[in-house]
Design a binder for this molecule. Structure first.
Ligand code: NDP
Length: 283
């Protein structure tokens, strides 16, 4: 008997690997789930979501381009979703639908799996879109030492940093004292040659989807940082190939995808599946 009726909303959605990832978790944890793909345009999403809820749905993932709409649809949202400005997980509770964002937790889980040391690390994030917003708080909670956000369009990186400074979350929050005071800075890609060395570079741009990499100077790799591309594909991305040519260790974002799914699964079922196990089966 199905214990959890789940879905992923998005457009397009046919390519989504979420159903197979969650079925893998369900088998490992001995939980019976039904997990479907729900195609929903931005305008149709609220109605399609209500129909899913009325039909016994208890949890959902939300992907592009619906994450910001899901933030408004939820009856309550977690702080990490509010700070990310996006919801990728909806959980039915007695108080209504709760919105959360597990992308950053998925990234941190994957970096830990890869044994990347985050404590006091000097971290460079390339890109200033939704993915970057979602990972800042989890990286700060993992005690990184310095965070620079560099973007092709500098104003977007500056806007993210300004929001963080206004929210007082870069170290001043009483609810998260372990974060510590961390220096978060916005830079243009061109200015990066002056700021080095890095321990970890995260490519949170969508450049890899077009076979490109952000146009940054080779000097950023001088200390051979770990180079993580949030995009995942069968072959190494242009960013990963460039980093490997400079003798850096690299990883793509498939482990992050599985990690964010594992955190969603935990929110719905209370079970913590192993991302290592799922990665072995799904790669
Ligand atoms: P957005 O569209 O919100 O942002 C895209 C960012 O990429 C912008 O900062 C943009 O810069 C930059 N960019 C695009 N092309 C280039 C280029 N050729 N050179 C330099 N910068 C470029 O996307 P998201 O933030 O939502 O997602 C970013 C990537 O992360 C996506 O590819 C997505 O697939 C991946 N992702 C992976 C996840 C996972 O689980 N593995 C989870 C979430 C996202 P500008 O502002 O100048 O336009």
């Amino acid at each position: 008997m199905v214990q959890y009726k789940l879905t992923v909303f998005g457009s397009p959605i046919a390519h989504s690997r979420s159903p197979e990832i969650h079925q893998c978790f369900a088998r490992e944890c001995g939980v019976a789930i039904e997990y479907t793909r729900s195609l929903a345009s931005a305008s149709a999403f609220p109605e399609i979501f209500r129909a899913f809820a009325d039909d016994g749905g208890v949890g959902a993932n939300v992907t592009l381009p619906l994450k910001e709409i899901a933030l408004r649809l939820a009856d309550s949202v977690s702080e990490r979703a509010r700070l990310a400005g996006a919801v990728n997980t909806l959980v039915k509770t007695e108080q209504g639908w709760h919105g959360d964002n597990t992308d950053g937790a998925g990234l941190v889980m994957d970096l830990q799996r890869l044994q990347v040391n985050l404590a006091n690390a000097r971290v460079l994030i390339l890109g200033a879109g939704g993915a970057t917003r979602g990972v800042i708080q989890p990286l700060l909670s993992a005690h990184v030492g310095e965070l620079v956000i560099a973007n092709r369009t500098l104003a977007k990186a500056e806007a993210i940093v300004a929001e963080w400074q206004q929210s007082g979350r870069n170290g001043k929050s009483a609810s998260q004292p372990q974060t510590g005071r961390v220096n978060i800075t916005a830079l243009a890609l061109d200015d990066l040659r002056l700021h080095q060395p890095w321990d970890l570079i995260i490519n949170a741009t969508s450049a890899s989807l077009g076979g490109e990499r952000p146009d940054v100077a080779d000097q950023v790799l001088v200390a051979q940082p770990f180079c993580y591309d949030m995009v995942y594909s069968d072959a190494p991305t242009a960013f990963m190939t460039w980093a490997q040519q400079h003798h850096c260790a690299v990883a793509d974002g498939f482990g992050m995808l599985v990690g964010q799914a594992a955190e969603s699964f935990r929110l719905w079922t209370g079970h913590r599946p192993s991302i290592e196990h799922a990665l072995k089966l799904l790669r």
